[in-house]
Design a protein around this ligand. Structure first.
Ligand SMILES: [Ca+2]
Length: 530
């Protein structure tokens, strides 16, 4: 994994999901802030008093809260950037574990931090920068199982663990965590707002809450959600089988050829040749121009390789049309770095697609993933989809309780295509009765040049760090829509330089004004496609 070198930061975290060796170190690169504003900061309920905080933290040990037993309680002292915090770990059978962070100076907001991948471990750091410094009480969980006991996808062969992973863990954890919060902060917890933020598998969890448990959270933030899970994973098998065809593999030099072609055709369409294709909808390259006219060479694609590109870029169906997958935009993973594309045909995709086909579908660890025929497992696939997929666009229950939703996706995500989030958003808009009705409770933002839940430098050429938690809490607390403020994303790998771009609501894109510092957000205007 790569960690960004930092000299000045408010928040650093690592995201390592079992899906990927890609680790995201998302952080606020500039000490000047994210541009998202500060939000409300009520006075602390529990000013740090020596002794009292330690006693309060110790008091949790071995106590039970709604079926969970507290097995650890640790008080960490205040630092230059983070408040004194009591972290408690709760466990409930069979393997569900969670963590609640209780800052002594609490801002009266509660953030549930989503995990990712196949979970099995607790990832307690927020994607939005500034959370750890700002006094949020936070909750995180392993989503039901211990990956040390059940590596990779093997846990799903236990129906209880599958249920907890799919949908069951969060309501149970939240009930226990609320009891912990009330014990620490008193009944004022009942007046606090609760938000769920997650990426990838955590993004799926965010959508699950809005779709199936609309009373649990006041707001949900779904980044790069893995919500069309069944289609996504069956597509992994489809692309792996395609790449395994004779002469159909895409080597790194071939991918570079593909990426350079996309850049030559589409980079300038957003007004600036900067290596970031910020207006992907306008990008319609003719891949036939890449066809080898003579001998095979790194600078061209053979017919078999063009067929692989077709699977990458064209919407497709899997399992005999039972499930669909929208594939990548023409600015997808091919513009990410080499390591990402090595993963497309290599380790990560093979692990993901392989574990899914072996454990989820065939329920046979010895199965050959590429030879598991989805058509032989349609009942199992439908069962998995009912449990895990989070594709229901009917959010009427969530709307009725005044819930708010933010969607976000990076354009160069090579693991889950941005097109999938766009599809879901369009369906939500339609189900809500149109754009005006949808705008009251859901906003969808696009992060041009950002990879899958990842921080730079591995995570793409654009900015990667953006605070969505502050705009969400302000939305649900004050009614100020995120779109009514300027939300700025920062490139975390270069904190001194601090490339920044405005976050634009789909289908708008950040268009260069023609003049001004290309690293300044003010040099771009969110523009609707013509
Ligand atoms: Ca550009």
């Amino acid at each position: 994994m790569k960690m960004a070198p930092l000299t000045c930061r408010r928040d650093t975290h690592r995201r390592i999901t079992s899906w990927s060796v890609v680790a995201a170190a998302a952080l606020l690169a500039s000490c000047g802030g994210s541009g998202s504003g500060g939000g409300n900061s009520p006075p602390a309920l529990f000013p740090s008093a020596a002794g009292s905080a330690q006693a309060a933290c110790n008091s949790f040990l071995s106590r039970a809260f709604e079926g969970a037993t507290i097995t650890q309680a640790t008080l960490t002292p205040q630092t230059d950037t983070t408040p004194e915090t009591c972290t408690v770990r709760g466990e409930m059978p069979p393997e569900l574990a969670f963590e609640v962070k209780l800052p002594s100076s609490w801002n009266q907001r509660v953030l549930f931090i989503g995990g990712g991948g196949f979970d099995g471990a607790i990832y307690p750091s927020a994607y939005s920068p500034g959370v750890a410094e700002s006094g949020y009480a936070t909750i995180a969980t392993n989503h039901g199982h211990d990956a040390a006991k059940h590596p990779n996808g093997s846990f799903v062969m236990d129906p209880q663990l599958l249920q907890d992973y799919a949908d069951g863990a969060v309501p149970k954890v939240l009930a226990s965590a609320k009891a912990v919060l009330r014990s620490r902060y008193g009944e004022s917890v009942g007046r606090s707002k609760f938000v769920y933020e997650g990426c990838s598998g955590g993004g799926r969890q965010a959508l699950i809450q809005a779709q199936r448990h609309p009373d649990l959270f006041d707001g949900v933030i779904a980044r790069a959600p893995a919500n069309a899970y069944t289609g996504q994973f069956l597509w992994y098998q489809k692309i792996l089988k395609q790449l395994a065809q004779p002469e159909a593999g895409l080597s790194i030099p071939k991918v570079k050829t593909l990426a350079n072609f996309m850049q030559s055709q589409c980079d300038a369409l957003d007004g600036l040749k900067d290596g970031i294709i910020s207006h992907p909808e306008a990008c319609k390259p003719d891949l036939a121009k890449l066809r080898c006219t003579g001998a095979d060479a790194d600078s061209c694609l053979t017919d078999a390789q063009l067929a692989s590109a077709k699977v990458l870029y064209e919407p497709t169906d899997v399992a005999g049309g039972r499930y669909t997958w929208p594939a990548f935009p023409y600015v997808g993973g091919e513009t990410a770095d080499d390591a990402s594309w090595q993963a497309i045909g290599g380790t990560t995709f093979q692990i993901l697609g392989g574990d899914y086909m072996k454990y989820f579908v065939a329920q046979d660890p010895s199965a050959d993933p590429l030879n598991v025929d989805p058509l032989q497992y349609t009942n199992r696939l439908d069962h998995l989809a009912r449990l895990i997929d989070a594709v229901n666009p009917d959010l009427s229950g969530f709307r009725a309780r005044n819930g708010k939703m933010l969607l976000m996706h990076g354009t160069t995500d090579w693991l889950i295509t941005q097109n999938n989030t766009t599809d879901y958003y369009r369906k939500v808009v339609a189900a809500a009765g149109g754009q005006a009705a949808a705008d009251r409770f859901v906003e969808y933002y696009v992060l041009a040049g950002n990879d899958h839940c990842a921080a730079t430098p591995a995570g793409g050429k654009g900015p990667d760090s953006v605070d969505l938690v502050t705009p969400m809490f302000d939305w649900i607390e004050t009614g100020t829509h995120p779109s009514a403020r300027e939300i700025v994303a920062t490139r975390s790998v270069e904190p001194g330089k601090g490339m920044q771009r405005p976050m634009c609501r789909h289908p708008q894109f950040p268009k260069y004004n023609g003049t001004g510092d290309p690293d300044a957000a003010s040099s771009f205007t969110c523009t609707s496609p013509s």
